[in-house]
Design a protein around this ligand. Structure first.
Ligand code: ADP
Ligand code: MG
Length: 455
């Protein structure tokens, strides 16, 4: 049977339809591990002038796929009327960045319900989650919630990007759904909810919008920090929250920061969000990073040497998504060239990623000044002034100390940023550890600010 994609709606819909057909064919022809590695994360983007546009994580993958699987792709699309060729481009998320599953948000795009992502094929499971010091508590809370929904309510998981929040959220969702197939488990990102809300306003269908959220037995909302400053949506969300909560329906939320740190989030929502269990996931430490790489390698070929895994774990530090991306890139390189990955190759292939990583780690002196001022409830101008009282002079030294510690700036450069000479900065480098030694409060403050800056 042929499929004519020009019969169905817009370009993106046609692309999704065509891709589901092509993917099914490829899946039947390829070993599961290969399909998973190369095709599972392709995003159908558009059909234009008979050309199917497919998106992958980066140009490297696009080139690799075109070179190695181009003919197979062309064969697979041959009997789809309305499509003559395909085009692959990078820039569509990192390899592991697939859209969520289960019941998509009200009126979520069709692409969010991609083929083959039913609960049975869940990559975001508890079993696939590597437990480390940084996520242990969040993991246990998520597990407990999956086993006994309604006890930790709401469960609020926060942490910076790529630390596994969505993974845990989906793991809970799947586990509950599997144990109770009739349950209405609703997952949505905050942005999807915002879009549905805006649509509902436009089409005068607010009651449907409300009902779609409030009928949920379990509501999982990802990235609620996006609620900040969206007042009308906050009002809606507040009411939905209360309705579900009153019925003892489980609510799970994720965010990139604590409720009280979300700018423009109404106090009443902050207090609702904090009323259950709030748990943080911090950036994975070296052991966790290495364990994640090893776990990933179980499903990959070829296997890389331990020292290569150590190299990746040492250099890609803040974000598991990037960590997995780096690994996949090397695996792809090795399988593409049929060669063994040496340290030299690894360094070359990952050079750009590592450079980005290092650049992202650098904070500016200005940011440090702002963070220190905020912490001590001062103005940046106080830090730049000559005021002598201890409650100003000590924070000023802390800002200087952290500037030297966390940036690549020289003493004279930091001096200039504070309107002081380099000797003042050197003095601060000596003094701050001394102050911390005798003042526990200060030691904690410095550690906290440093952690916040490194996020
Ligand atoms: P976040 O939602 O915090 O930005 P994700 O949950 O999307 O992060 O995680 C990014 C990627 O890293 C996903 O592919 C996820 O499966 C993976 N990941 C994160 N933490 C872990 C972990 N502890 N074990 C295994 N995979 C992880
Ligand atoms: Mg996420």
């Amino acid at each position: 049977m042929t499929l004519n994609v020009s019969d169905c709606g817009g370009g993106s819909e046609a692309a999704a339809l065509a891709w589901s057909r092509i993917a099914a064919k490829l899946r039947s022809r390829l070993a599961p591990v290969i399909f998973q590695q190369w095709f599972a994360n392709i995003v159908p983007v558009d059909v234009e002038e008979q050309e199917l546009h497919l998106g992958v994580s980066d140009d490297f993958f696009a080139d690799y796929l075109t070179e190695h699987y181009g003919d197979m792709l062309r064969q697979a699309l041959a009997d789809i009327d309305g499509i003559a060729d395909f085009r692959l481009t990078g820039g569509f998320g990192l390899p592991e960045d697939e859209p969520p599953v289960l019941q998509a948000a009200p009126e979520a795009p069709a692409a969010a319900r991609r083929e083959g992502q039913g609960p049975g094929r869940n990559r975001h499971s508890f079993a696939n989650f590597v437990i480390g010091e940084e996520n242990r508590y969040a993991y246990s809370a998520a597990r407990k919630t999956a086993e006994e929904p309604g006890i930790y309510n709401p469960l609020f998981i926060y942490g910076s990007s790529g630390t596994g929040k969505t993974h845990l959220l989906l793991a809970v969702a799947h586990e509950i759904q599997e144990g109770n197939p009739g349950a209405k488990v609703k997952y949505a990102t905050c942005e999807e909810i915002l879009n549905s809300y805006v649509d509902s306003l436009r089409n005068d269908r607010q009651s449907e919008f409300r009902a779609s959220l409030r009928e949920a037995d379990v509501l999982l909302v990802d990235d609620v920090h996006h609620l900040g400053s969206k007042n009308a949506l906050q009002e809606e969300f507040f009411n939905t929250f209360n309705t579900l909560y009153a019925r003892n329906r489980q609510i799970i939320l994720t965010s990139d920061r604590q409720p009280c740190e979300v700018k423009g989030l109404e106090a009443r929502l902050v207090s609702r969000f904090e009323s259950g269990v709030t748990t943080e996931i911090t950036a994975p430490g070296f052991e966790t990073r290495l364990a994640i790489l090893k776990q990933q390698q179980q499903q990959q070929l070829p296997k890389l040497d331990e020292q290569i895994l150590v190299f990746i774990a040492t250099n890609i530090t803040a974000n598991v998504r990037r960590l997995k991306g780096a690994l996949l890139r090397l695996v792809a390189y090795a399988s593409g060239l049929g060669c063994k990955i040496t340290m030299e190759i690894a360094e070359k292939v990952l050079a750009k990623l590592i450079e980005e990583e290092n650049a992202a780690k650098m904070v500016s002196v200005e940011t440090i000044q702002q963070q220190v001022a905020r912490h001590f409830e001062l103005h940046v101008s106080d830090l730049l002034s000559d005021k002598r009282p201890r409650n100003i002079a000590e924070p000023r030294m802390v800002a200087m100390y952290l500037s030297r510690k966390l940036t690549n700036c020289s003493f004279p450069e930091i001096g200039a940023a504070f309107g002081k000479n380099h000797a003042t900065i050197m003095n601060a480098m000596k003094k701050v550890p001394e102050i911390c030694e005798r003042n526990e409060q200060m030691r904690r403050s410095v550690a906290l600010i440093e952690r916040q800056l490194k996020r």
